[in-house]
Design a protein around this ligand. Structure first.
Ligand code: FMN
Length: 212
């Protein structure tokens, strides 16, 4: 029987985080973190910003892969590729579409785009699952270092937006939150890749704030 998104344990109307792979104009893969929501077993909604490479790729190619990964470091790495000297991810061919999937993902959903709504800067992209696959699952213990890195990565993406809007105080507040997550990671995972990722995010955020 065909695997469906619900078989992955996904519940409707919850925003889950994933890394979406798409095809660039030269047909090489691009990967970026994007939240997704299951509306029903035949429809998944993504909400990428219009300015993102991911959105432009989805609009042009009308296909992509939702890669479900439980390693928070991958979210940091794909959001800020320039802060990472050696990438830990690679791609593998998909089954039903040309867009490659992330190698080693816990599960993945190959999809085609069925409808797009452009709402201001944010867009709604409706996706029809074509192939749902559960990868090789290894047990994975939760560490607070990963949730801290995930939150800090999202905050770091918003600092630039606030700086552009002239909301320096809000940008400063985000830096303070990132510094808090750094102190948490220092307690639970000192000298880990999570700690070094936090250092890079702090440097990135401080440079943005010093440029004002
Ligand atoms: C956990 C997480 C979830 C994210 N979710 C979204 C999202 O739903 N939509 C979006 O436009 N950007 C989202 N972002 C930010 C983008 O991944 C980030 O801005 C990315 O660098 C831009 O995508 P691009 O490489 O396709 O231009 C998220 C980032 C993180 C860390």
């Amino acid at each position: 029987m065909k695997t469906t998104p619900k078989d992955l344990g996904l519940k409707p109307m919850i925003i889950y985080e994933s890394i979406v792979s798409t095809l660039k104009p030269d047909k090489t893969p691009h990967a970026a973190p994007i939240g997704f929501t299951l509306l029903d077993d035949h429809t998944i909604r993504l909400r990428p910003y219009k300015r993102t490479i991911t959105y432009k790729n989805l609009r042009r190619e009308r296909q992509g892969v939702i890669n479900i990964v439980s390693e928070a470091y991958l979210f940091f790495e794909t959001t800020f590729p320039k802060l990472v000297s050696e990438k830990s991810h690679s791609f593998e061919p998909s089954v039903k579409i040309l867009t490659p999937r992330l190698a080693g993902a816990d599960a993945y959903i190959e999809f085609e785009v069925s409808e797009i709504n452009e709402i201001d800067e944010l867009c709604e992209v409706y996706c029809a699952p074509l192939n749902v696959v559960v990868g090789c699952l290894r047990p994975k213990a939760i560490t607070r270092a990963e949730t801290a890195l995930l939150e800090a990565t999202i905050h770091a993406t918003r600092i630039r937006v606030f700086m552009r809007m002239g909301s320096i105080q809000k940008a400063e507040e985000l830096l303070q939150r990132i510094l808090y997550y750094k102190s948490l990671v220092e307690r639970v995972a000192p000298e880990s890749k999570y700690a070094s990722a936090l250092d890079k995010l702090i440097k990135y955020a401080e440079e943005l704030l010093n440029r004002q």
